[in-house]
Write a protein that binds this ligand. Structure first.
Ligand SMILES: Nc1ncnc2c1ncn2[C@@H]1O[C@H](COP(=O)(O)OP(=O)(O)OP(=O)(O)O)[C@@H](O)[C@H]1O
Length: 653
């Protein structure tokens, strides 16, 4: 028995959707033509869905398996309709999919806009598939008619993009979705020939440009007005003009990756990349490979030129697309490539993939593992070649995605060796540039045993570190580590070509072969001579530092804080605590410069009265100073400021 249809009601868009719509209508002025690509791509996805679902349930097709996407421009009503016989949507699905924004990419996009404090950044939009809503860039009103297979009723959804939409049940005979755009006046008769979206030739060229690879025919009626011809093919001049309608398919439907590499132009790769992955820039690198043997597959992978907005966010969805004999199986297959290559976009088409493969089964698929290994190898090879043959291109890549590789060194121990030669760091030799570890090692003097590095938030922070002074004086190159992941990565690597990594802020600097042996000896002697003073300072700072030492690494600074050779470093402790992990603590060692005049003052104070407030204040200040130089706020900033004020009030006496 049929039930009463759900009556028309008006609903509000979710706040984020409103924001997005507002943006579409008022802020994006360039490239509005991409709306067509977005709607055709949605239609194609919907057909993919039903095609896939019908493999196990033929009934869903309702006898209609001639999949197609139809464009109908109508001058009289100023409408452009895009129809498909894909999956269609139920009432609930329309509410869920069209009224809200579920996609992480779009959310990230809005976040970025908020951060930038402007809604004008037209470049931003290109990085996201804003999909359906892009229709509002060119239409005053968008009407969506849809019916899911097996549903008795269809659904009509309509909005002028003003914050509300109406929704009601309707009768719809054909399964699938039609989107009717009532075009804004500007796009009915645009002055720009490529923005007349009712013009068949404009539409045809847009389909060619953006959607040629779409696997289903995108069709449109062309109206031909011609005088008839006689039996010999000659035009009959005095006959009235005849109108014929011809349904033409606008796209070639041959997936690019199935064609021979030598027949493909770079622009074709670029265009496919841009339309599949919503980028307005060409990719930095294209890897197209066809392999036959133990496994058979075609891989078409891209290294983007720029990291997407949400790349370093949790929501970023990595993974390539999987196809089997040109039939789409799934998007974002994360199981194929290791996580450190999550910036790679692209697709893999293999007859060895089963159409019915589930994500669970994928994890155990031997073929997938084998293909993944091959592709990983060829991506790494490509990057190695780029590094050696085109350094500036590699540095562009590194700027965008270097963090992912460094995180890979840290978290994926099986990949460490493979990645170590791809790492780049700035160094004291070239603070604005970047050096590989191999280049650093090649510059090391014979006497240098370890690879030095210093951590800090930027170049000036690192160069001001008191721990850098001695190394600078000795002209020893130091790698600069600015990214949070850097030190964790080097810590995980431990060594490169049997040279250990050594932080300038940790333990012994291993300078024995470089520094005159007297320096260290001298420090040890001073330490012995001042044993009781050092002990007293240590007592004053008990609970804060593990040790106090006379320094052999300081030149002009009075103190510095270093961490022990084992365990984590101070900067790692900072990063972990910012990530709410305060479980690990660095072993803090306060080093005092025996050649600094403060040392003598301290000694004087100690000798005058080890229990005096003055001596205690000096000890506390020493420690707080050392913390500040490390970029760490003292535990009691007010106490610190008061002590400094007290000293200053003495007027230098
Ligand atoms: N022609 C259509 N047929 C069936 N469902 C559709 C159609 N167009 C859109 N949808 C549904 O609406 C959802 C939202 O579409 P929208 O274009 O905004 O995002 P998307 O397609 O998921 O993402 P993207 O555009 O980034 O691929 C889709 O996921 C799909 O479920």
């Amino acid at each position: 028995m049929s039930r009463d249809p759900i009556m028309k009601e008006t609903r509000e868009f979710q706040a984020e959707t409103k924001q997005l719509l507002d943006l579409m209508v008022h802020s994006i002025y360039t490239n509005r033509e991409i709306f067509l690509r977005e709607l055709i791509s949605n239609a194609s996805d919907a057909i993919d869905k039903i095609r896939f679902a019908s493999l196990t349930n033929q009934d869903l097709l309702e006898g209609d398996s001639d999949f197609e996407i139809l464009l109908v421009p109508n001058e009289a009503t100023h409408t452009l309709t895009i129809s498909d016989n894909g999956m269609g949507m139920t009432y609930e699905e329309v509410v869920e999919n069209i009224g809200t924004i579920a996609k992480s990419g779009t959310k990230a996009f809005l976040e970025k806009l908020k951060e930038a404090g402007t809604a004008n950044d037209t470049e931003l939009i290109g990085q996201f598939g804003v999909g359906f809503y892009s229709a509002f860039m060119v239409a005053d009103k968008v009407t969506l008619l849809t019916r899911a297979p097996g549903q008795e009723k269809g659904v009509k959804w309509e909005s002028t993009g003003d914050g509300t939409y109406s929704i009601e049940e309707i009768d719809k005979e054909k399964r699938g979705t039609s989107i009717i755009l009532t075009l804004n006046e500007e796009y009915r008769q645009s002055e720009k020939s490529d923005e007349k979206f009712l013009d068949r030739y404009t539409l045809q060229s847009l389909v060619k440009k953006y959607s040629d690879y779409i696997r289903y025919p995108v069709k449109m009626n062309f109206i031909k007005e011609e005088k008839p011809r006689d039996a010999e093919g000659k035009v009959i001049e005095d006959a009235p003009v005849e109108t014929t309608i011809e349904l033409r398919t606008l796209n070639s439907q041959t997936p690019l990756w199935t064609r021979a590499k030598k027949d493909i132009q770079p622009e074709e790769y670029n265009q496919l990349y841009q339309s599949l992955f919503y980028d307005w820039q060409d990719p930095l690198e294209v890897l197209h490979s066809k392999v036959e043997g133990a496994v058979e597959y075609t891989g078409l992978l891209f290294i983007p030129a720029k990291a997407p907005m949400d790349f370093y966010m949790k929501e970023f969805e990595a993974g390539v697309r999987l196809y089997s004999k040109n039939v789409f199986i799934m998007e974002h297959c994360k199981e194929l490539l290791p996580d450190y290559l999550r910036f790679v976009r692209g697709l893999v088409d293999s007859p060895d993939f089963s159409l019915n493969i589930s994500r669970e089964l994928l994890q155990h698929s031997k073929q997938l593992k084998l293909i993944g290994k091959n592709l990983e190898k060829s991506i790494l090879k490509t990057l190695e070649t780029m590094l050696s043959k085109d350094r500036s291109k590699y540095e562009t890549f590194w700027k965008e995605f270097g963090q992912a590789l460094k995180a890979g060194v840290y978290s994926d121990f099986t990949s460490r060796e493979k990645l170590q030669d791809l790492l780049l760091f700035p160094s004291s030799n070239q603070p604005d540039g970047a050096t590989t570890l191999a280049e650093y090692v090649s510059r090391m003097p014979e006497s240098q045993k370890v690879i030095y590095y210093a951590t800090g938030k930027d170049q000036s922070a690192v160069e001001r570190l008191p721990q850098m002074e001695l190394l600078r004086e000795k002209n020893i190159e130091v790698l600069y580590l600015f990214d949070r992941v850097d030190e964790f990565a080097l810590d995980a690597l431990r060594e490169y070509k049997e040279k250990k990594f050594q932080s300038v802020s940790r333990g012994d600097l291993n300078l024995d072969d470089i520094q005159a042996p007297e320096a260290k000896q001298q420090a040890e002697e001073v330490e012995k001579d001042n044993e009781s003073l050092i002990k007293a300072i240590k007592e004053q700072l008990s609970g804060k530092v593990a040790d106090v030492k006379v320094s052999s690494r300081l030149k002009s600074s009075a103190v510095c804080l270093v961490s022990g050779d084992n365990g984590i470093s101070l900067s790692m402790e900072q990063i972990l605590s910012e990530m709410n992990n305060s479980m690990f603590k660095a072993k803090r060692i306060l080093e005092i410069n025996p050649d600094h005049e403060l040392f003598a003052v301290l000694k004087g104070l100690y000798e005058a009265g080890p229990e005096s407030d003055n001596f205690k204040d000096y000890c506390a200040l020493l420690y707080d100073q050392a913390l500040l130089m490390e970029g760490i706020t003292p535990e009691d900033p007010v106490g610190f400021a008061n002590k400094v004020a007290k000293l200053m009030a003495r007027g230098g006496k």
